[in-house]
Design a protein around this ligand. Structure first.
Ligand SMILES: CC(C)(COP(=O)(O)OP(=O)(O)OC[C@H]1O[C@@H](n2cnc3c(N)ncnc32)[C@H](O)[C@@H]1OP(=O)(O)O)[C@@H](O)C(=O)NCCC(=O)NCCS
Length: 146
């Protein structure tokens, strides 16, 4: 049985590093607000193995400055487990947490071009121009209203 578990930053970092920043140092997987009290980290596990991770930070969305916005980061599924629904599971758990515990109106992210399809399946709108994040690749902004 799988479930979404709220956890600590040091638990999500190894998979975040392996999937999202494999060519960078381990420190590159540490986000500035990882240990902020309003930040939350989530995993889906099978026994002790972590299958998917995602984190959320209280950060403004510059496209909608008057909305209460939180930012999704570190969205990653173990490569051998991708396409089995675990990314959707952890993201829905994160959204459920935001709805129950915060006043968030918007969840936004910098979406990799290669992941647009995932975010669109999850109900996100992708907008604006493509921009490059150094060492990581092309992205667009994505958001969903909560
Ligand atoms: C993007 C990612 C997190 C999705 O996680 P996942 O566990 O593979 O996703 P799921 O299996 O829950 O997929 C949910 C739905 O999105 C679709 N989907 C998943 N990844 C997709 C992609 N890259 N392109 C198009 N559709 C995708 C699935 O087919 C599924 O659709 P369905 O409901 O019709 O079956 C995962 O593939 C990953 O870690 N990719 C590499 C890292 C990355 O790009 N992260 C996002 C950074 S912005």
């Amino acid at each position: 049985m799988y479930k979404v578990i709220k956890t600590d930053s040091n638990i999500v970092r190894p998979l975040r590093h392996k999937v999202l920043r494999p060519n960078l140092s381990y420190e590159a997987s540490i986000m500035p607000l990882d240990n902020h009290p309003e930040t939350a980290h989530f995993v889906v596990k099978k026994n002790s193995k972590i299958l998917s991770v995602a984190s959320v930070y209280h950060e403004d969305f510059e496209e909608m400055p008057h909305k209460i916005s939180h930012r999704l980061r570190g969205m990653a599924t173990e490569p051998t487990e991708q396409g089995k629904g675990f990314g959707a599971m952890v993201l829905l758990g994160l959204i459920d947490y935001l709805k129950k515990n915060t006043s968030a109106e918007i969840l936004w992210c910098n979406a990799r071009v290669t992941a647009f399809g995932f975010y669109e399946k999850m109900g996100f709108s992708i907008l604006g121009d493509i921009f490059e994040i150094p060492n990581i690749g092309p992205h667009k902004k994505g958001y969903i209203e909560l």
